[in-house]
Ligand binder design. Structure first.
Ligand code: PLP
Length: 437
């Protein structure tokens, strides 16, 4: 029988497993944010997941707002995706040779995202951004890149500068082991600061290969682009013949079928994908203008490869996921669910007179314990992380699994039914009341 969340809430088995894992894996995990350092305490070990729910090893059930950090937009073990993966696995796990499925998924992405004329599949978002930047440098013959503080583009050396996500959570300014030479061409600007980008282009008019940006910054909580910001990046890169890269690893197929670029109607030169296009299996991709993608080996001379790239199981999961998302009304439904949560959270904040900001774009949201509107990393870092930690644990005990950090976005899945959203709002109201009293 399912345990209820009450005074008896115990994570004893998770704690046991974490103690063992810490002997074997650095910090007991294979990706830092999973260790719960941002909220204190030990992480919850998951046994299985189905639909909107996660089930832990101590017998608790949670509504999942992490969704494996984004991919599980349909919910877990979605029947059509499960069937597709099982069927693909029966035909063989990996061949290291071309398959039709790669073209099927490529076509689906190209049809949904008009700026993408050709695409290359890789195995993670990190590989996608790393390769896209190599391509931009090869294409322009320049070395410098601009990234924004608090934007996370994976853990490639040159991008571990002022990065968000786990780097923000862990309070690491940069990482040891990243040689200065690899970051000396990485220029940074504050998110939403057009003047800073103009200044960088004025200082290095002929040296900047690319500007890489999360079109919604979702690794420092959730920071929308200010009106005109992304437009100014498009205009400046065009003027200086630099490549504009939208990192839509998080936002691709999440905020619209065509990603954030569809919402803002801006055409980047290259786009990075990950998460949803793999349906929960390891996938990344980069794609864009044919003329630029033609530089990628073996068509061109920019080398990039991968033993498992375009893996048949991952392609099958991605195709099945996008097939569902292409059905009419899916994004309207996500928006409706998002609105329901937004109304509930906004009322709960008012009821408890808490000055915090609830930020939402489509099926992504973040509750900042911050009195100011969060427009960039500097402001995001002023959030009350201690208050967030208390709220997080209170929500967990009430059966709501949130990202264990103030600096991550929550995700809404299509599997969340209205009654579950209402349950979430009730839990949030009770938790907010408890943490400020
Ligand atoms: N880019 C963005 C915007 C991301 O959010 C992430 C991961 O969260 C990455 C890149 C890196 O992707 P991966 O963790 O698959 O390497």
């Amino acid at each position: 029988m399912q345990k209820t969340h009450s005074d008896t809430f115990s994570l004893a088995r998770s704690q046991e497993l974490f103690a063992e894992a810490q002997q074997l894996l650095p910090g007991g995990v294979n990706s830092p944010v999973r260790a719960f350092r941002g909220v204190g305490g030990d992480p919850v070990f998951i046994e299985r997941a189905e639909g909107a729910h996660l089930y832990d090893v101590d017998g608790h059930r949670y509504l999942d707002y992490v969704q494996s950090w984004g991919p599980m937009i349909l919910g877990h073990t979605y029947p059509a995706v499960l069937e597709a993966v099982v069927a693909a696995s029966q035909r063989g796990f990996s061949f290291g040779a071309p398959t039709e499925a790669e073209s099927v998924l490529a076509r689906m992405v190209i049809e949904s995202v008009p700026s993408v004329e050709m695409i290359r599949f890789v195995n993670s978002g990190t590989e996608a951004t790393m390769s896209a930047l190599r391509l931009a440098r090869a294409y322009t013959g320049r070395n410098k890149i601009i990234k924004f503080s608090g934007c996370y583009h994976g853990h490639a050396d040159m991008l571990l500068v002022q990065a968000g996500s786990g780097v923000a959570t862990m309070g690491l300014p940069d990482s040891p082991g990243v040689p200065e030479q690899t970051t000396q061409d990485t220029l940074t600007a504050e998110y939403n600061d057009t003047a800073a980008v103009e200044q960088l282009f004025a200082t290095y008019p002929d040296d900047i290969a690319a500007v890489i940006v999360e079109p919604i910054a979702a690794n420092m909580g959730l920071v929308p682009p200010a009106p005109g910001f992304l437009e100014s990046l498009r205009e400046l890169t065009e003027r200086h013949h630099a490549v504009l890269i939208f990192d839509e690893v998080m936002t691709g197929f999440r905020v619209a079928l065509g990603g954030m670029q569809e919402r803002v109607q801006i055409t980047p030169d290259l786009t990075c994908f990950g998460k949803i296009i793999g349906g929960g299996l390891p996938v990344g991709a980069y794609g864009g203008r044919r003329e630029i993608m033609a530089q990628v080996a073996p068509l061109g001379s920019m080398y990039q490869a991968g033993t498992l790239s375009g893996n048949p199981l991952a392609m099958a999961a991605g195709i099945a996921t996008l097939n569902e998302l292409r059905k009419p009304g899916q994004y309207q439904e996500l928006e409706r669910k998002g609105q329901l949560l937004e109304e509930g959270f906004t009322k709960a904040l008012q009821d408890h007179q808490i000055e915090a900001s609830f930020v939402r774009i489509g099926a992504m949201f973040c509750l900042y314990f911050n009195r100011e509107p969060v427009v960039n990393y500097t402001v995001a870092k002023r959030s009350d992380t201690a208050l967030f930690a208390r709220y997080f644990w209170s929500m967990l005990e009430k059966g709501i699994y949130l990202p264990p950090s103030q600096f991550e976005s929550c995700f809404i899945s299509l599997a969340l039914e209205d009654a579950m959203l209402e349950e979430t709002v009730r839990a949030a109201s009770a938790s907010l009341g408890a943490v400020v009293s």
